[in-house]
Write a protein that binds this ligand. Structure first.
Ligand code: 0O2
Length: 267
C-alpha cells in the first residue's frame, strides 16, 4: 500500500486516539473539580506505526485487506493508575459510557502473561466523524498501574533490542522483577486506603469549615459584633486543634445560635 493510502486509512484512528485522550483527561478533571481522588493518573495514546502493523499482520497471518477488521490495536490508548484497585474503577467507567461499546476484555492482571506482563485490556468500538461520514473502528484501551507500566516499558525495549531472541538470564530477571512489581502494587494498596481515609477527612473538614464560616458571616449582619468576634476566636482555637469532633460539635451549636437569631428576626 502506498504511503498516501496508509495515511488515509490511519487518519480516523489518529482522530479516535486524540478524542479518547481528551475524554479520559476530562474524567480525571471531573474528579479533581469535586476534590475527589481520581483513579486516572495520566493518559496517553498512539496509532501503531506502519512497520509494526505490517510485522503484526505477517506474524498473525492477516491479509492487508483485513487489518482493520482483525487488528484490534491500530489505535491504542493507555490509562495509567496509581493503584491496582483504580483499574477496576476505570474499567467500570468505560463500560458505562454510551460513546463506546466494549467488545472484549482481557485480564492480564488476575492471570499475567508468561513474560510477566500485567495490564487490563479493553477493546472498544468507537465512532469518529469523517468527511465521508461516521466510521466505526476498534481501539485498544490498556489500563495499568504506574508500576506495571514501568515494567512493561522496560520489557518492551528489551524485546525490541533482542528481536524475539531474549536470552534466558534476561527473561529470568524480568520475571523476578515482575514479581517485585506485584509485591509493590500490593503494598501500595495499603497506602491507597490511607489516602482514601485522608480524603474523607479533608472533605468533612472542608464542609464543616464552610458551614461555620457562612454562619459567622451571617451573624455579623444580625448579632452583636463583640459576641460574633468571640465566636470567631473560639472557632479559630478549635480549628487549630484539628479536632474534627470538636469542630462538628461547634458547628451544631453555632447552627442553634444562628437559628435563634433567625427566629428573633421573624418575630
Ligand atoms: P506494541 O508494539 O505495543 O504495539 P491476541 O491475539 O489477543 O493474543 P494481541 O493482539 O497481541 O494478541 O493482544 P495482546 O496479547 O492483548 O497484546 C496487545 C498489546 O499488549 C501488545 O501490542 C503490547 O502493547 C501489549 N503486550 C502484550 N503482551 C506484552 C508483553 O509481554 N510485554 C509488553 N511489554 N507488552 C505486551 P503489540 O502489537 O504486541 O505491541
Amino acid at each position: 500500500m502506498e504511503l498516501q493510502l496508509w495515511r488515509a486509512v490511519l487518519e480516523p484512528y489518529a482522530m479516535a486516539v486524540d478524542e479518547l485522550i481528551v475524554k479520559m483527561n476530562h474524567i480525571k478533571n471531573e474528579f479533581e473539580y469535586v476534590d475527589q481522588y481520581s483513579p486516572i493518573e495520566s493518559v496517553n495514546g498512539r496509532v501503531k506505526r506502519i512497520s509494526s502493523i505490517l510485522e503484526k499482520a505477517q506474524r498473525k497471518n492477516i491479509s492487508l485487506d483485513d487489518i482493520e477488521e482483525k487488528l484490534d490495536d491500530i489505535a491504542g490508548v493507555r490509562i495509567i493508575c496509581r493503584f491496582v484497585e483504580d483499574i477496576g474503577r476505570v474499567a467500570e467507567i468505560i463500560r458505562k459510557r454510551s460513546d463506546m461499546k466494549v467488545i472484549q476484555e482481557k485480564d492480564y492482571i488476575t492471570k499475567s502473561k508468561d513474560s510477566g506482563y500485567r495490564s487490563y485490556h479493553m477493546i472498544v468500538e468507537y465512532t469518529v466523524q469523517t468527511l465521508k461520514g461516521p466510521k466505526n473502528l476498534k481501539v485498544e484501551i490498556q489500563i495499568r498501574t504506574l508500576a506495571m507500566n514501568f515494567w512493561a516499558t522496560v520489557e518492551h525495549s528489551l524485546q525490541y533490542k533482542y528481536k524475539g531472541n531474549m536470552p534466558e538470564h534476561v527473561k529470568d530477571k524480568l520475571l523476578r522483577s515482575a514479581e517485585a512489581i506485584v509485591t509493590l502494587d500490593n503494598e501500595m494498596t495499603v497506602v491507597r486506603k490511607e489516602i482514601m481515609d485522608a480524603q474523607i477527612y479533608y472533605q468533612l473538614k472542608k464542609e464543616l469549615v464552610t458551614d461555620i464560616l457562612s454562619n459567622i458571616e451571617n451573624l455579623y449582619k444580625v448579632a452583636n459584633k463583640r459576641e460574633v468576634m468571640k465566636i470567631q476566636d473560639e472557632f479559630l482555637a478549635i480549628y487549630e486543634t484539628d479536632d474534627l469532633e470538636r469542630m462538628s460539635h461547634f458547628c451544631k451549636e453555632l447552627d442553634i445560635v444562628a437559628e435563634s437569631y433567625r427566629a428573633q428576626r421573624l418575630h
